[in-house]
Design a protein around this ligand. Sequence first.
Ligand SMILES: [Ca+2]
Ligand SMILES: [Ca+2]
Ligand SMILES: [Ca+2]
Ligand SMILES: [Ca+2]
Length: 298
Amino acid sequence: MNRLIIVTATAAASLFFAAGCVESPEMTDSEWISQLVGSSDLSSTSNLNGSGDLGEDDKNGNSAEDVSVPEYWYRQLLNEPSREIILENDPVAGVCTVTVIHNLTAELVIDTEWNGVFEPATKAFSDQRYVRLVLEKTGDGTSHGGWVIVSATPAEHILTSGEQEVFISSMSLYKNGEIIWECDDPGTFYRIDSELPQLLEGDFVRIESTVEHLNPLYDPPFFVIAHGPLSGHSRHLMYDNGLYGDEEAEDGIYSYEWYVEYTGEYQRIAVDVIDADTFADQTEEDYDSGAWGIHFLK
Ligand SMILES: [Ca+2]
Ligand SMILES: [Ca+2]
Ligand SMILES: [Ca+2]
Ligand SMILES: [Ca+2]
């Protein structure tokens, strides 16, 4: 599925491509669409580079020979060229599907020695963030030439440096025990007005995720991390240990449960998986991670 999206986007790029339009009274539908998409929160980058929990305790109590989370780690964005906005069909029909691609160059700052001293190394990486949107021309709007964004997929991060072996397989959100949003395919479109999750400060929410590792080397084989309006930090480890909101230990469903905070700063909730091989040392150039994020309403 991931590969299919890339191929589709690349093929479409040769047919229609528009970016960075200047407003004028004679803008075409393609230009209006690019302007609307370019200014929308729905196509802005995820905040995976946020630092969040540094030196997070390993609540799984792993023994010394297992991989644990580093003493310090965070990602920082080094370069983000302007996004590519690819129209997948001629907007003359009044409906247009758009792929938005961010090419991100970043580094993982990592200190694997639990000694209270910050002596990190870096692992460089690049990835692409994909989101697809459907727009419709309503005919009654005066802004953006009458175009509105009616649905969106989750955003997916795909590693472009090195081989990606870890993938998110599903993501679900529960509020007060009731499921409010779920996804098992990042190509799924959700209506903006009725199918995106809504999170308000104080809501009691659980995020669940399953992941896949194509070539596990360590125990645990990967770490699953929640990002968004969490408790205290914008980034927390998720667990499959039957504790901290995880309903059943070792059933492959990783969970994080919390009371929503800071919705003013973040309007995207994401899960990402990091290969334990990446966290096992601070010397190898072996960054490996995948992520999904979804915009939420408030
Ligand atoms: Ca250290
Ligand atoms: Ca579980
Ligand atoms: Ca390694
Ligand atoms: Ca790997």
